[in-house]
Design a binder for this molecule. Sequence first.
Ligand code: NAD
Ligand code: ZN
Length: 234
Amino acid sequence: MGQMDNIRNIVILTGAGVSAESGVATFRGPDGLWEGHRVEDVATPEAFMRDPHLVQKFYDERRAKLKTVQPNAVHMALARLDAEWKGEFLLVTQNVDDLHDRAGSQRLLHMHGELNSALCLACDIRSAWNGTLADGPPCPACGAQALRPDIVWFGEMPYHMERIEAALAACDLFVSIGTSGAVYPAAGFVQTARACGAQTLEINLDPSEGSHLFDESRQGEAGTLVPEWVESLF
Ligand code: NAD
Ligand code: ZN
């Protein structure tokens, strides 16, 4: 991808791989589990109906862990790109951690929800949350003991899809970083961007499931490759 001169509008998609170097476990680690759990047991509405306490505990632990980790060079580089890029820019993350936020990214959408948010099943209001949910605290908005993690589980509709689709249609460059390309609709963004004429770049530790869909695929640690790539844009 030598010809970056005509780039004005950028969309970036990130996944669990960008937080790996901060010490946050990815989804499909070497054992194919998420922190020791099968995905079906912690990341579906059915799992929550079957065993709400286990699911609440799981996300309580993930939320507590956020207080012990820091943004890394990838989060910092993408926040700098956001701050300095004059054209349109959108960072779409599948991550539920708050590391992009803490690095200072502004033009940022969390398509799969956020650990630091709770969704009330009684009133449908989302509230900022950094404590636990397993102990059944009342909803700040309506008082019902009906809070669940504000996480988009498998089978649920991701947030902000209209804005994301519009940004993909208008971008000149789409970059996917640290995602396995196994979770839809995010895994299909590269095809949407391409169909609308964008150049496409993937940066991942190993080739993702959709590597062949990108104009260029760079393999290695995001903590090294992303700051290099951002530097090359200016
Ligand atoms: P994934 O775990 O399926 O894939 C992560 C990808 O990142 C893998 O392809 C891996 O090779 C790559 N990777 C690992 N370390 C890397 C590094 N240092 N540099 C570059 N690439 C690296 O994650 P996904 O595709 O984001 O799908 C996961 C789903 O699980 C999402 O829906 C997300 O909501 C959820 N999840 C979120 C977090 C988080 O918020 N940090 C963590 C785990 C899972
Ligand atoms: Zn409520």
